[in-house]
Design a binder for this molecule. Structure first.
Ligand SMILES: [Zn+2]
Ligand SMILES: [Zn+2]
Length: 580
């Protein structure tokens, strides 16, 4: 923001930059004592500016050309459309999916179950008869353990959080939307100063930060005092896999700050997010957890059955969450051991369609294809929902009919993430000073022109969701039903005709029964006030007879409403009034 203003006023003098990753008094003081030359951030500024200009150029122009071409308010964008397209593609896969039945053969042994595996390591029979046949052949044959293999597996704690990983985790655990997590953490950062800069894409810290860990630990609320005590007493240090200078580009991973926080001041949502960040932080002071993995192979008449189990040997970092996923434990087993008593069972099942995206899985895909930045991904998802391209049903995200259509009519290049992904790589090169911003923008401009031309010359068909079976009184073409704020209108589907008519409109007139606002509607019997809740219809003229409402009152009310809507629609209108 400051850089845009400086550019606008042609600032030529040198300047310094305050660069901090948390808003505590200590961090701000240190930041001011250690101001960075502004020049160091030139490339970052150029890349950020190029990114937003590219978004505007492509978003504005392609959206506008779609809107004009298909006469409906349509929107497309550099990040928005490839993201939507992934969801639509998944939806097609789900709709075209035909479940295939299959069967598996299980051996029930004392204390554990093993599964039949064929020569090619397949467990599924796609033909029930062959499963039955094998079962019949093996039923009364002796079984013995051919091999028992034991392996020790070490599991490191997961890396610290960046924003996207935190959004994923909060969605999985608490069903938080990406936007809710962003809002919550923003207040933890700005208001409570409890966590470091949230919009980060790094899961690492730099080596000069290691010394600050002790202070952060000591500032944690009493809820964590046991872990804190243990860490400080034993002098545990932060896991070195989190420390990597080359992987901290602008901001480091999310951490608790050195600000003392009492957990009582946080809201329930803030508490959940704070707890995730602190626990992940604490986990990285503990040793890896260690399992023993046991694999058993059993032979019956030359055929192979396998079973596996997991035993926790050392809890390590998993003690923080106290949910070491157990896996099945196997009883003590030895090679050569024979089984006299066992049964064989056939179980039927069928192949599963791919599942719909949740915000957690969608964020993973967006990250994989370089779609958006950590701070914009939540907005992109919300935008797709607000413009009615995607619906949220519980945790799932489902493209709407309109969303599917837009992917169908939009130019091919915006349908796949490749082009956006390529641009994102070039923006990274600008950040690292390896590419000129001018070259990038030239390429974007050329592409914008091409995308607009392709959109306008497309021969795709678009079907309005809101097409009515009513003809326009002026040109005879079909009318569209358009709802804007509190007004329902009929608008001619031919842009050039310009016919439009208000059908119903919410007024300030209150219903006598429920006191909710009533709609005004023109009917054969004249103008009516209607309460949708009580289904009460009252002639406007009745109010006029009683001297309560005149038609002038109504038009005045409507004018006032319009004024209100105009302001609500346009924050600058409010600003203008203030300046007057
Ligand atoms: Zn018309
Ligand atoms: Zn009512």
């Amino acid at each position: 923001m400051a850089r845009l203003i400086m550019e606008h006023i042609h600032w030529k003098k040198p300047f310094k930059r305050l660069w901090i990753s948390s808003l505590t008094a200590k961090a701000i003081k240190e930041g001011f004592n250690n101001l960075k030359p502004g020049k160091e951030y030139d490339n970052l500024y150029r890349a950020a500016k190029s990114r937003s200009e590219a978004d505007w150029l492509i978003g504005f122009n392609v959206s506008r050309s779609l809107t004009v071409k298909y006469n409906d308010q349509l929107s497309a964008g550099r990040v928005q459309t490839p993201t939507l397209s992934m969801m639509v593609k998944r939806e097609h896969e789900i709709n075209n999916f035909k479940p295939v039945p299959f069967w598996i053969l299980e051996g029930k042994f004392p204390g554990f179950t093993a599964q039949y595996v064929d020569k090619n390591n397949n467990t599924r029979f796609f033909n029930k008869d062959s499963a039955e046949e094998l079962k019949g052949r093996l039923m009364n044959k002796p079984a013995f353990i051919k091999t028992v293999t034991k392996k020790e597996k070490r599991e490191e704690p997961p890396l610290l959080y960046d924003l996207t990983e935190l959004q994923r985790e909060a969605n999985k655990r608490y069903g938080f939307t990406a936007q809710k997590t962003l809002k919550t953490i923003q207040s933890l950062y700005e208001f409570h100063k409890a966590v470091t800069y949230p919009r980060t894409d790094s899961r690492y810290i730099t080596d000069d930060m290691v010394a600050s860990m002790d202070m952060r630990l000591r500032a944690l609320p009493p809820d964590y005092k046991n872990y804190r005590g243990e860490i400080i007493k034993n002098n545990f240090s932060i896991n070195s896999h989190c420390v990597n200078n080359s992987k901290v580009t602008d901001h480091h991973a999310l951490l608790p700050t050195e600000e003392h926080i009492s957990s009582g001041v946080l809201s329930s949502d803030e508490g959940k997010i704070y707890n995730l960040i602190v626990k992940r932080f604490l986990e990285n002071f503990y040793s890896p957890s260690v399992y023993e993995q046991v694999k058993v192979s059993i032979e019956i008449d030359g055929e192979r059955f396998t079973a596996s189990g997991k035993t926790l040997l050392h809890e390590g970092w998993k003690k923080i969450e106290r949910n070491p996923e157990g896996g099945d434990k196997l009883p003590p087993l030895q090679e050569g051991q024979k089984f006299e008593k066992f049964t064989l069972e056939i179980k039927s099942s069928h192949t599963q369609p791919p599942s719909r995206y949740t915000e957690a899985t969608l964020l993973t895909e967006m990250e994989k294809y370089n779609l958006g930045t950590p701070s914009t991904r939540a907005d992109i998802i919300e935008k797709l929902i607000n413009i009615n391209y995607v619906e949220r049903k519980e945790k799932s995200l489902i493209p709407t009919h309109k969303g599917k259509q837009i992917v169908d009519i939009v130019v091919t290049d915006l349908r796949s993430p490749e082009l956006t992904s390529k641009w994102e790589k070039e923006l990274e090169e600008i950040t690292r000073g390896k590419k000129q911003r001018e070259d990038f923008m030239k390429d974007i401009l050329l592409n914008t022109k091409r995308l607009v031309e392709e959109t306008l010359s497309s021969d795709k068909n678009y079907k309005h969701d809101n097409l009515l079976n009513i003809s326009c009184p002026e040109c005879g073409k079909k009318l569209l039903s358009v709802k804007k704020k509190d007004t329902l209108m009929h608008v001619c589907s031919d842009r050039n005709c310009r016919y439009r008519k208000v059908v119903t409109k919410l007024t300030e007139q209150r219903c006598a029964t429920c006191h909710k606002k009533m709609e005004i509607k023109e009917t054969k019997g004249g103008m009516m006030f209607i309460c949708r809740i009580c289904n009460v219809h009252q002639k406007v003229s009745e109010f006029q007879d009683k001297g309560r409402v005149t038609s002038r009152d109504i038009s005045r009310l409507n004018r006032e409403n319009d004024e209100k809507f105009r302001k609500a629609d346009n924050p600058f209108a409010v600003l203008k009034d203030l300046i007057k």
